[in-house]
Design a protein around this ligand. Structure first.
Ligand code: NAP
Ligand code: GLV
Length: 310
């Protein structure tokens, strides 16, 4: 079996080669752009591969996303239709994402955003301490990452609500579903965490109307995809003090252009899409298992439903 690696993280390619060829002896890894004979390749491991590349591989059977999100694959209009797409689900990455989410919640809950400003002014001033049990955190998307975040935030004593496409029952979490459940979900969420995939249905879901449904003085933490948020509406909500702050790991355009107003907004904190980083040392196992399943003609795990978009 010949596997092609096409990733924008070029510093890791030799590590991938060592890990894959050790875990699956007999499998040959080729590294884009050194494809060789295109018809040799049956599996591609991809992260932000150039659009059009996968369509040039006539024997391609499976694409494994090197990230948990698959929007970087599904937005390629030439993506071959009969090919299985498997997304990465790595428990190590889920833990990283939950750490980031917990940081975001505690940062705003304990007013570190304000204390950072006070420090820059050399100002020693105490603020009232908010009551954890009275501050509702909302998690939009209750999948692999969202469910883990919701459980961990709940364990700290916060009331937690969640929102998903299909109904969920998670211990201690108030679960809302679908369009009809969205307004009720947003109405009392003081810290909103975005953990939705970017799809046709979720693009721009956090718009002026959704932000307007959130209570005055609430906070946004986006660690999923920038395209979920209408950034002009977010800036407007911050300007009007409707939203008290935002922590953004992702933005509509990445890297965020140097002159973008989000960089300098006093109540916005930016990180460069680092909430969860694919680690080949842990990601190799779920990927190798899916290649084994494909070779054994068994169904692969975490196959993407193209119709649903995730
Ligand atoms: P997942 O397991 O596929 O879960 C997605 C969740 O979103 C599910 O609960 C799903 O509902 C819900 N959902 C999808 N479309 C919806 C809609 N139209 N309305 C309501 N709910 C909807 O995904 P995951 O593994 O948790 O990952 C979530 C996202 O995190 C990824 O897609 C990726 O974009 C992002 N991510 C970011 C980073 C980073 O470093 N910033 C790292 C990893 C992942 P159902 O449960 O009903 O299907
Ligand atoms: C990162 O953003 C991922 O989708 O894994």
């Amino acid at each position: 079996m010949v596997v092609l690696l096409a990733t924008s993280h070029t510093d890791e390619v030799e590590l991938w080669r060592r890990l894959l060829e050790k875990r699956l002896p007999g499998v040959e890894l080729r590294i884009y752009p050194a494809i060789g004979e295109p018809s040799d390749i049956e599996v591609a491991l991809a992260w932000k591969a150039p659009h059009g590349l996968l369509a040039t591989l006539p024997q391609l059977r499976m694409v494994c996303s090197l990230g948990m999100g698959v929007d970087h694959l599904l937005d390629d209009p030439t993506l071959p239709s009969g090919v299985v797409i498997a997304r990465l689900v790595d428990s190590n990455m889920v833990e990283q994402m939950s750490e980031y989410a917990l940081y975001g919640v505690l940062h705003f809950h304990r007013r570190f955003d304000v204390y950072e400003r006070f420090q820059s002014e050399h100002r020693w001033q105490e603020l009232p301490l908010p009551h954890t049990a009275a501050r509702r955190v909302g998690v939009m998307g209750l999948g692999e990452i969202g469910a883990d975040c919701a459980r961990k935030i709940r364990s700290l004593g916060f009331p937690v609500s969640g929102w998903s496409r299909t109904p969920k029952s998670l211990p201690g979490i108030q679960c809302h579903t679908g369009k009809e459940g969205l307004n009720a979900f947003l109405a009392d969420v003081e810290i909103l965490l975005l953990l939705l995939p970017l799809t046709e249905r979720t693009a721009g879901i956090i718009d002026a109307r959704a932000l307007g449904r959130m209570p005055h003085g609430s906070y946004l933490v986006n660690l999923a995809r920038g395209g979920l948020v209408v950034e002009s509406a977010l800036l407007d909500a911050l300007e009007r003090d409707h939203l008290a702050g935002a922590l953004l790991d992702v933005t509509a355009v990445e890297p965020l252009p140097p002159d973008h107003p989000l960089w300098t907004h006093p109540r916005v904190k930016i990180t460069p899409h680092i909430a969860g980083l694919t680690n080949p040392l842990t990601a190799i196992e779920p990927i190798a298992r899916n290649i084994e399943r494909l070779m054994a003609k068994q169904p692969v795990t975490h196959a993407v439903d193209r119709e649903r978009g995730y």
